[in-house]
Design a protein around this ligand. Structure first.
Ligand code: AMP
Ligand code: MG
Length: 407
């Protein structure tokens, strides 16, 4: 079995394409605006009203008519006071003004605002500052000048972040159609793994991968991620993975996919009828990554156990594939320039952890921070993500543009 799969090594782009070809589309659900943050929008959102919905005053001051200014009037009688959120008080006469606040509806028969700093008040009368000439129509944000009723505000695929929340609110959307996150379980496998809070022997290690995977999912808006940690026991693994497969839409396993005696994951997948799509990618770290799809069309990602490999594979393959299945139209990577020259003597794609910084010219640059081993998780905490260095190239010069993936 293991020898058989040795022939399946593929490159990074082929792995991305094969995963995309096998990912299902997840359904939509209608949620209240309160719980929509971080979700992927599945509907178009249009303006409920003109924006602004009325001629909106943008300064505290007085509302007057410009025809009065043209006729030489400089003093006005304060007919009333009007704040935001109430109906307009009409001027009725050129000699009148309305004391008015920012956000108020402009009275129909007024067309100019004079800021409070430019007037002098004397009882119920105000006089314009000597020499001050207001521009007719000033300090009014006209109805519909930003957006007309029915115009699109947000398109399907948008991540509902803080500004999108404002757009949904302006649209008066109480319930919103978003992609429903599939149920995902992140499973660490290994006899040496002990969760925090339990005593630990010299030969054991803390299990971090399931927590890291769940955290990365949650960071991207997933509300359905669960965790588990299983020993390298063939029967126990078979039973637990079978149950988890039944109760979840996506399995993300870590560990047990290499060539060791206790690396049972590919064998168990085969027994459970999960069809192998690929095993091993021409990349470092993360070469032993395994991907398959069950008879129920559920994707199974089995990542190498080394913590750096596991996280890199998650960010490079698993998360973009899930987000694409949710309908997200967000870019998953950005282009940055290398801060230093890198030499990488291998025909594998290299995923190099980097720290982003600004150079002396004020440009964003990625400084390589190679880890000691793919188990060296500690140094990752001081990095921002990784860059992808093509396997067709061995030398990458300082200033060269490369794809960057954020943790
Ligand atoms: P494996 O892929 O199972 O051969 O594991 C490779 C290396 O990663 C071993 O040194 C494991 O102890 C380590 N490892 C596997 N799973 C985890 C985990 N959940 N948390 C931290 N380290 C792990
Ligand atoms: Mg193991």
């Amino acid at each position: 079995m293991k020898n058989q799969t040795d022939n399946f090594r593929i490159d990074v782009d082929t792995a991305v394409r094969l995963i995309a070809d096998h990912m299902p589309t997840y359904p939509s659900e209608s949620v209240s605006l309160e719980s929509a943050r971080g979700a992927i929008l599945r509907q178009q959102v249009v303006a409920e009203r003109d924006q602004p919905p009325f001629d909106r005053v943008t300064m505290d001051g007085i509302a007057i008519r410009s025809s009065a200014l043209a006729a030489g009037t400089r003093s006005f009688h304060v007919k009333g006071t009007q704040g935001a959120g109430v109906a307009a008080i009409p001027l009725e006469d050129d000699s009148n003004c309305i004391e008015i606040m920012t956000g108020a509806l402009l009275p129909d028969d007024a067309d100019t605002i004079v800021p409070v700093e430019r007037i002098e008040r004397n009882g119920d009368d105000v006089t314009l500052e000597s020499g001050y000439e207001p521009n007719p129509g000033q300090f009014i944000h006209r109805r519909g000048s930003d957006l007309k009723t029915g115009q699109p505000l947000l398109e399907p695929g948008t991540l509902i972040n803080a500004p999108a929340m404002a757009a949904l609110t302006i649209a008066g959307t109480a319930m919103v159609s978003v992609a429903r996150w599939p149920k995902i379980v992140a499973v660490s496998t290994g006899d040496e793994l002990i969760d925090v809070g339990n005593p630990i022997e010299l030969f054991q290690i803390r299990s971090s991968n399931d927590r890291v995977i769940a955290a990365a999912l949650e960071q991207r808006g997933c509300t359905t991620a669960e965790r588990a940690c299983l020993p390298d026991d063939l029967d126990a693994l078979r039973r637990s993975i079978s149950t988890m497969h039944e109760h979840n839409d996506i399995l993300i396993l870590s560990g047990g996919v290499s060539m060791g005696k206790y690396d049972y994951v590919p064998q168990i997948m085969d027994e459970l009828g999960v069809r192998l799509v690929f095993h091993k990618i021409l990349q470092r770290p993360g070469l032993p990554m395994w991907f398959g799809v069950s008879a129920q069309n559920k994707p199974v990602f089995a990542l190498p156990g080394n913590p750096v490999s596991s996280l890199v594979c998650l960010i490079r393959y698993v998360l973009p594939a899930i987000r694409a299945s949710l309908g997200a139209t967000l870019p998953e990577q950005q282009t940055v320039r290398l801060a230093e020259t890198i030499h990488f003597e291998s025909n594998l794609t290299c995923f190099m952890p980097v720290k982003l910084g600004i150079n002396s010219d004020g440009d964003l640059r990625a400084s390589p921070k190679p880890t000691n081993t793919s188990g060296d998780f500690v140094s990752l905490a001081r990095t921002d993500g990784f860059v992808e260095l093509s396997r067709e190239q061995n030398n990458f010069t300082a200033g060269e543009p490369v794809s960057f993936y954020q943790w």
